[in-house]
Design a protein around this ligand. Sequence first.
Ligand SMILES: Nc1nc2c(ncn2[C@@H]2O[C@H](COP(=O)(O)OP(=O)(O)OP(=O)(O)O)[C@@H](O)[C@H]2O)c(=O)[nH]1
Ligand SMILES: Nc1nc2c(ncn2[C@@H]2O[C@H](COP(=O)(O)OP(=O)(O)OP(=O)(O)O)[C@@H](O)[C@H]2O)c(=O)[nH]1
Ligand SMILES: [Mg+2]
Ligand SMILES: [Mg+2]
Ligand SMILES: [Zn+2]
Ligand SMILES: [Zn+2]
Lengths: 214, 214
Amino acid sequence: EGVLDANDTLARANRADFDRASVTVVNLMSAPGAGKTTLLERTVGDLDGVRVGVLEGDVQGSLDADRLSALHVPVTQINTDPGFGGECHLDANMVRSAMPALPLEEIDLLVIENVGNLVCPAEFRVGEDVRVMVSSVTEGEDKPLKYPLMFRACELVIVNKVDLLPHLDYDLDLFDYHLDAVHPGVPRMLVSARTGEGVEGWRDWLVEVARRRA
Amino acid sequence: EGVLDANDTLARANRADFDRASVTVVNLMSAPGAGKTTLLERTVGDLDGVRVGVLEGDVQGSLDADRLSALHVPVTQINTDPGFGGECHLDANMVRSAMPALPLEEIDLLVIENVGNLVCPAEFRVGEDVRVMVSSVTEGEDKPLKYPLMFRACELVIVNKVDLLPHLDYDLDLFDYHLDAVHPGVPRMLVSARTGEGVEGWRDWLVEVARRRA
Ligand SMILES: Nc1nc2c(ncn2[C@@H]2O[C@H](COP(=O)(O)OP(=O)(O)OP(=O)(O)O)[C@@H](O)[C@H]2O)c(=O)[nH]1
Ligand SMILES: Nc1nc2c(ncn2[C@@H]2O[C@H](COP(=O)(O)OP(=O)(O)OP(=O)(O)O)[C@@H](O)[C@H]2O)c(=O)[nH]1
Ligand SMILES: [Mg+2]
Ligand SMILES: [Mg+2]
Ligand SMILES: [Zn+2]
Ligand SMILES: [Zn+2]
């Protein structure tokens, strides 16, 4: 338990720095390939005047950061390998180490795209204001029951890839039922990052969260 | 590094027990929801006379084990939470703790379905003969570059959910190109656990691996 206490202390220090700079921070999590980066590609370029930055967390490489920097949005990359032993999650220390590279004075909203993993990212606070997860309909309806901590830790569950529903044996009501079993009433929205369906709602949500602070 | 050394020692002890019982062990890994359990549902019931058992690794619950025990195949469940701190992977100690419950005298092949996670399961040997991973076409072509350790650690990469290819912007050649960049020439097979396409190849591969030992 000592590891999580030390992490919380650093997360609070990060929080204080973000508050001083009046930056709202969203921690975006999901299983690998659920569509986090694609959703960001569709939204960060135009957020109603809210100035956005992205902190990309990946084990290796900068593929996601490269996709987003093409949109002229400030993006900073953290790699857990080699920097942090190849960890499958971001923690407060990693985010703290990236602070000097973050243009906090120039942004209103920082989205942290966490490492693709449904287990431990939800255990480590990094200094965020709010946590959001993306759940793809291609993963099955049972994920809330199998990976409950993640679904409980989030304030919003984005159900992505709904364009594929006609081609899947996926029961949206069953997913909702399982989600309500682990996190009753948590807000959820149906989107397709590919077709754009529902993405307006996600964009509005981000603007509203950024404006909460103003 | 000490953790991995201790783990390797236990993995070798597991290996020795499996060898004594003449059981071939396959460690099956993937991101959450790639289709491991669905593939096993399609194959373990009828493997050309090879007697199969399954060891299910999950954070919580027995949903996958329940699906498989309906096929009258011996299934044993390991839960990392509460037993092992909610870890996002199986390790050799967890598998060792399940040994007494495994019907090793009655089976020829043990498939270990690991926790859904593309990062750390590949770091922990558990005493397996061979490692296989499932990569779903819905995850994107970039996963071999983003999570290279997993793709390098496996002897076979099953590309699943090919029934969805007509509805995705997924480029199979690009995936192959990225896979060959991290694990040149690794055998791969295209399957759909939903329609049954290519599943015969997976079944034959399992029979052949089990017979290697005979
Ligand atoms: N379209 C399609 N869906 C599939 C296929 N294989 C599995 N699925 C679906 O994918 C979802 C997840 O499948 P599972 O077999 O539970 O995946 P898993 O890898 O065992 O998941 P975890 O054990 O939680 O990591 C379910 O909704 C399945 O119906 C396939 O070949 N095609
Ligand atoms: N059909 C469909 N595909 C999608 C959608 N959103 C994303 N994808 C595809 O899903 C794959 C993964 O998308 P990414 O945005 O890279 O996923 P991610 O969550 O950022 O992945 P990691 O960062 O590796 O965890 C890509 O092939 C995308 O094109 C969607 O709404 N519908
Ligand atoms: Mg991404
Ligand atoms: Mg499964
Ligand atoms: Zn982790
Ligand atoms: Zn792990």
